[in-house]
Structures are given as structure tokens and as C-alpha cells.
Design a protein. Structure first.
Length: 320
């Protein structure tokens, strides 16, 4: 059979072109269409609308109310926030079937600063690093707050590795199964990056590329809201939202000392006083049991009686 030389050349060119096409983010986007806001003392609808960059009319419509309606402390408002999550899925072999309930979120930093310090946040390069090293996370947040999904939440990503977390001895070396991993595109301090890059390379990084951005904190805060709704065992406290460096301090430095936990409403360290925000259906004995303490101890820490009613949105200090 005679083979057409033009066809051979065409196929060769097509294969070469396919091999050199750069990675591009899928046009598919996922919307987290609502989030829940618990009204705090002194808040007005206009202030809440401004916080979420929506209008009062949109919030009122979502909650079947009028913009002039009275708000009460602890009231839950549905906020019609459209949060775009771009699909940047890793190959399936970079995760495994999840067999345990999600109770934690682990934060990380990542970049390609070691190889390209002048351009440390190329999504293509960082994606290739995940593929090359066989690691993964569920989400990645860019410098402008853009959110990429790398692994579905119902699968366990390879982001935590070996380690342990005080208060959760049964989680030793098993955090992948128990958590959702979030990578933020960021560079830590020189000391935190020492194992990854030379001093000379670190000092060639633009100062604006070191640390985190306000857009990232805002995106992380909104992403956590959605994760907490989908995974009710995840709570917004420092027992359940942790850093990689707290789980594996001997080998990891992320998210590092430049990460400001207060930006997402949390204390700087896990040793600080724990605060539990009361949710619908919470009881004092159940809250105490969750934190390994007694109802009496929680009541004493909050200057209350064990029989006092709790209201949604109330913050309780949890004694160690």
C-alpha cells in the first residue's frame, strides 16, 4: 500500500504541536451560589451587602424579606455570592477514594520560586510540579484571589503526608483522608524557603511576591464558607483549620509566619483560647463533649449557668 507523504508530514506536525501546547485552565467553572452570614450585634443590611459585594435588594430577595426589615443577632442570612471556581483537575491517580469524614482544612503555600524567582506564580509550572512530584491539593488560590479546583472534595488529595496533630491522635499519618488541602500561591520568609532555594535566588524575588495578598485572604474566607457548608464537621476554629507546619513541623514550613490567621477570623496559634460559634441544634453538653471538656467547665469560662439557653451565632470560649 502506498502511503501519502503529505499525510505523514501532517500527522508529524500535529503530534509535535500537541506536545507543545501549554496547559490552559478549563473554561468550565463551578459556582458556589450562596453563603450564610450570621448577623452580629450592630450590623445593618447595607453593611453586610457591602462586605459581600452584593446589593441589599439581592440579599432581601434571597431571604424573602424587605430591605427595611429588622435584623436580629444570630439571624442566618443567605448571601447570593457567585464564586467562580476554575477547573484545573489533576490526573485521577493524584488522589484516592475518600473513606473517612472530612473534619479539617489544611493550608499550604506553593510557588515555582526555586526555579523561576522572577516569575514564581506561573500556574502552568506549578501544575507541572504537582504532576511531576505526585502530590496534590483540592484547591489553589492565585495572587488575585482566583480559585482553581485540582481534586474533588469527595476524594483524598496527597497534600499532608506524614505527621500528627495535637488533640487528634487517631489522625497520625492519616490527615489526607480527613482533610481538604488548600494551596495559596505565596513565598515565605528566607528562613522558611531555605530548604527549597538558595539565598541568592530568594533575594532576587520581587518583594511584592513575598507573603500573601488581601485578595487571597478574601477568596480563602469565602472558600472556607463553602467547604464548611458542604462538610459540617469542619468548624471555623484552630482545631479544625490548621497549617501544614503545625501537622509536620519537622519537615514543613507552610503556610509560614507571614500567613495572617486573623484575616480569616482565627487566632495566630492553636494554643490560644478556642472559640466555638454556636450553630443551630447545638447544646452545651454536646459542645463540651466535642472539645473534650465538661459543660460545667465551659459554663464557668463564659460566666454562665449550664442551663442557660444558647443562641445561634453566640461565641463560647472553650477552656483547655
Amino acid at each position: 500500500m502506498k502511503i501519502n507523504r503529505f499525510w505523514i508530514i501532517f500527522c508529524s506536525l500535529f503530534i509535535t504541536a500537541a506536545m507543545t501546547v501549554p496547559l490552559s485552565v478549563s473554561a468550565e467553572e463551578k459556582d458556589l451560589q450562596t453563603t450564610i452570614h450570621i448577623v452580629e450585634e450592630g450590623e445593618y443590611l447595607s453593611v453586610i451587602a457591602q462586605e459581600y459585594d452584593v446589593t441589599m435588594e439581592e440579599i432581601a430577595e434571597a431571604n424573602d424579606m424587605e430591605t427595611t426589615d429588622y435584623l436580629y443577632v444570630g439571624q442566618e442570612l443567605v448571601i447570593p455570592v457567585e464564586e467562580e471556581i476554575m477547573d484545573l483537575s489533576l490526573p485521577l491517580e493524584h488522589s484516592e477514594e475518600r473513606t473517612k469524614e472530612v473534619t479539617h482544612v489544611m493550608t499550604h503555600f506553593t510557588s515555582n520560586a526555586a526555579l523561576t524567582p522572577q516569575n514564581p506564580y506561573s500556574v502552568n509550572d506549578i501544575y507541572d510540579n504537582f504532576v511531576d512530584y505526585g502530590v496534590s491539593a483540592h484547591y489553589m488560590i492565585g495572587r488575585d484571589g482566583e480559585i482553581y479546583q485540582l481534586v474533588d472534595e469527595d476524594r483524598a488529595a496527597f497534600h499532608a503526608g506524614e505527621g500528627s496533630l495535637s488533640g487528634f491522635p487517631e489522625y497520625d499519618n492519616d490527615m489526607n483522608q480527613r482533610s481538604i488541602g488548600i494551596e495559596l500561591l505565596a513565598v515565605g520568609t528566607e528562613e522558611e524557603m531555605a530548604s527549597m532555594m538558595s539565598t541568592e535566588a530568594y533575594h532576587s524575588i520581587d518583594s511584592s511576591d513575598i507573603g500573601y495578598t488581601e485578595d487571597q485572604y478574601k477568596a480563602l474566607d469565602e472558600l472556607l464558607e463553602g467547604i464548611e457548608q458542604r462538610n459540617p464537621d469542619v468548624q471555623r476554629d484552630r482545631d479544625h483549620i490548621v497549617g501544614h507546619d503545625e501537622y509536620a513541623p519537622d519537615r514543613k514550613t507552610d503556610p509560614g509566619s507571614l500567613f495572617n490567621w486573623a484575616e480569616i477570623g482565627l487566632s495566630e496559634t492553636r494554643d490560644d483560647t478556642q472559640v466555638h460559634t454556636v450553630k443551630e441544634g447545638d447544646y452545651l453538653w454536646g459542645i463540651a463533649n466535642e472539645y473534650g471538656t465538661t459543660a460545667e467547665a465551659v459554663a464557668e469560662a463564659n460566666d454562665m449557668d449550664t442551663q442557660d439557653p444558647l443562641w445561634v451565632g453566640e461565641e463560647l470560649e472553650i477552656p483547655e
